[in-house]
Design a protein around this ligand. Structure first.
Ligand code: 5IU
Length: 268
């Protein structure tokens, strides 16, 4: 299955341009670590990402939690973040979780104050509205003129979420309708029932060394559990790294754990 192939091999054959770019970065930098840069001060985010850049394949943002004082400071931030992505060779993933009808998400992706499509290589969407959400987002991605990719939300990390199981399977079926734009899924492990020739990049949030959870329903798995045992590709780590006294040292622990789990998986 695709989870047994190396990122290098998958980079050659992935059906999406963003997938090929991401897998190439992962293989060359030896990292399947995505940092969730959930800070509210834009200059703190940029400073952190500049430090962690060499260790990551992807940075995940929540643009709407950042304290911007003027509209132009939003553009300053996204321009600076894009420059860091070029400098350190990683991609940007805005964790927007679109959830409306196609026409509305097209506006939300293209416009407003954040203009997400103009700077974010990857974004994500819920399947609740049906396939029109993918069509709406894809129409905007085509306008941009640079590669863009979409992850569909098949399963969340949090306690009591309605994803997984049959919901995840229906999400996969919906994704099959647009294999040029949908790169893969947010889930807690590989997609069961993937057909021969399919290659879905699976990213897992809710990762922390030591496991556990938080007071608001987050549940943590370890890098070994999601990548090694369950076949996910990319670990998404927020507080495990960004709240650390020494983020570079801790990011390295996560990179090594997640990369080691991947190496063992493809060697098996
Ligand atoms: N996030 C989750 N779980 C999910 C999805 C997104 O935690 O199922 I989809 C986001 C929320 C936060 C980050 O931005 O990933 C996880 O942060 P911590 O590692 O600090 O829990």
């Amino acid at each position: 299955s695709y989870t047994m192939r190396t990122y290098e091999a998958r980079a050659e054959t992935h059906p999406t341009e963003i997938g090929r770019r991401l897998l190439t970065i992962m293989a060359s930098k030896k990292t399947n670590l995505c940092i969730s840069a959930d800070l509210t001060d834009p200059s703190q985010i940029l400073a952190l990402v500049d430090k962690l850049g060499p260790q990551i394949c992807l940075v995940k943002t929540h643009i709407d939690i950042i304290t911007f004082t003027t509209p132009s400071s939003i553009t300053d931030f996204t321009t600076a973040l894009s420059a860091l992505a070029t400098k350190h060779n990683f991609l940007i993933f805005e964790d927007r979780k679109f959830a409306d009808i196609g026409s509305t998400v097209a506006h939300q992706y293209r416009g407003g104050v954040y203009r997400i499509a103009s700077w974010s290589h990857i974004t994500n969407a819920h399947t609740v509205p049906g396939p029109g959400i993918i069509a709406g987002l894809h129409s905007v991605a085509k306008e941009v003129g640079e590669p863009r990719g979409l992850l569909m939300l098949g399963e969340m990390s949090s306690e009591g979420n309605l994803g997984g199981g049959e919901y995840l399977q229906k999400t996969v079926e919906m994704a099959r309708g647009d294999r040029e734009f949908v790169v893969g899924f947010i889930a807690q492990g590989k997609v069961d029932g993937a057909k021969e020739g399919e290659d879905w990049i699976v990213m897992s949030p809710g990762v922390k060394l030591g496991g556990g959870g938080d007071a608001l329903g987050q549940r943590y798995n370890t890098p070994q559990s999601v990548v090694g045992d369950k076949g996910s590709d990319v670990v998404i780590v927020g507080r495990g790294v960004i709240m650390s006294e020494d983020p570079v040292t801790d990011a390295e622990k996560y990179r090594v754990a997640a990369w080691g789990a991947y190496e063992k998986r493809v060697a098996a």
